[in-house]
Design a protein around this ligand. Structure first.
Ligand code: PLP
Length: 397
């Protein structure tokens, strides 16, 4: 293979990032401290929320958020089954049950009708995942939550900068969680952040990430600094100053990253539209996605997966539904067939390379290789040959 490997995601790292790390090292604030506070203030301002609480990962942020809205033993929390397992795992760590729900067949976001049908008196919260960067139908989901007095935790790990009806993702529920894993829009190596406009929730997030030690008690006892009060159960989910410095340098380029993702999606969509039997991402009219993932859907997914990886494209599948993970099968039983939209998506989805550092030529290579792979697959199949192109009137739909 003479062409370089093109992964499905890659962090965008530049000299600004190196300089930011060098200056935080020079300042000696490599642990918790002012650099983390600056990152939190800048992230809150960018999203348009009052509070942002930085964490050691997106998973830590989700765990802290579940705690902060009061999820505990015996509670049920509605989570889409088409998500990274972390969304459901943190609910189990709180002693609660993730109540899995199906996704919308087109957007692959949590389906409000399915959510409504699964709510019980034990339901304490709903966790919409903005799949691939496309915001969920938050009006419908928040209406359900309000009616029953339950919390909404946005899993916004795919969607920093996305907008829903003129509102920023991250401001739409009671609390929202973002990830800074290198595959996501912004990276801090590992890291995450939770956003909220509720001062009570912000305080619980801060306490939970610091072993359950009350910040109030720390301030009260300032003269007596060796004493601290642990007022509830917590963990060390703090972000380091090193990570925060990287985060600040990355955040300054978020808008440029989002713009480049949009350009690439436009190019990929144009180049891949009109292939019979290959579906492309749907965008609802009232949203502006953040484009974490660019996915296609095809019944020839497995063939395409192998052909494209052999051609140097790091295509991937997001996600095996949570209920089909071995751990969840063993613990909760075989529920195949219970979530038809997510199961169909898992059979057909293929994530193509998309990251801001991709050139137009990289995108054209993806288009060429996908078209080629479809042709090879169909030439080798014994069934009736499908035409590659459809009439141009449908090509851009
Ligand atoms: C990445 C991701 C997470 C977890 O984020 P980490 O920072 O890797 O812990 C949670 N949910 C979804 C949907 C994700 O894609």
């Amino acid at each position: 293979m003479d062409q370089p490997w093109l992964p499905y995601a890659r962090a965008t790292l530049a000299d600004e990032d190196t300089q930011a790390l060098a200056s935080v090292i020079a300042s000696e604030w490599v642990g918790p401290g002012p650099e983390v506070e600056r990152f939190e203030a800048e992230f809150a301002a960018r999203i348009g929320v009052q509070f942002a609480v930085a964490m050691s990962s997106g998973t830590a942020a989700l765990h802290a958020a579940a705690h902060a809205v009061g999820v505990g033993a015996g509670d049920h929390v509605i989570v889409p089954t088409l998500t990274f397992c972390s969304t459901a795992n943190v609910i189990l760590f709180q002693g609660a049950s993730p109540l899995l729900a199906d996704v919308d067949a087109e957007t692959l976001c949590l389906d409000p009708d399915d959510v409504a049908s699964r709510i019980t008196p034990e339901t304490r919260a709903i966790v919409p995942v903005h799949y691939g960067g496309h915001p969920c139908d938050m009006d419908a989901l928040c209406a359900i939550a309000r009616e029953r007095g339950i919390a909404v935790i946005e899993d916004a790990t795919h969607a920093p900068g996305a907008r829903y009806r003129d509102c920023a993702v991250g401001t739409l529920g009671d609390v929202a969680c973002f990830s800074f894993h290198p595959a996501k829009h912004l990276t801090t190596g590992e890291g995450g952040i939770a956003t909220t406009n509720d001062p009570q929730i912000a305080k619980r997030l801060q306490t939970f990430r610091n072993h359950g030690i009350s910040a109030d008690a720390q301030q009260r006892d300032h003269a007596d600094a060796y004493s601290y009060e642990m007022v509830e159960l917590g963990l060390n989910y703090r972000m380091s100053g090193l990570s925060a410095a990287l985060g600040r340098a990355q955040l300054a380029r978020l808008d440029a990253f989002l713009e480049r993702r949009r350009e690439l999606v436009h190019r990929l969509t144009k180049g891949l539209s009109g292939i019979v039997g290959v579906g492309l991402p749907v965008v609802r009219p009232d949203v502006e996605p953040a484009w974490h993932l660019f996915w296609i859907r095809t019944q020839e997914r497995d063939e395409l997966y192998h052909l494209l990886r052999n051609r140097g494209l790091g295509v991937n599948v997001h996600y095996r539904p949570v209920h089909q993970q071995p751990y969840y099968r063993a613990r909760f039983g075989d529920r195949d067939g219970a979530f038809p939209n997510a199961e169909a998506a898992f059979r057909e989805l293929l994530t193509l390379p998309l990251f801001p550092g991709m050139s137009d030529a990289d995108a054209d290579r993806v288009i060429h290789e996908v078209r080629n792979a479809v042709q090879i697959t169909r030439a080798g199949s014994t069934g009736p040959a499908l035409p590659l192109e459809v009439a141009s009137c449908r090509a851009s739909s």
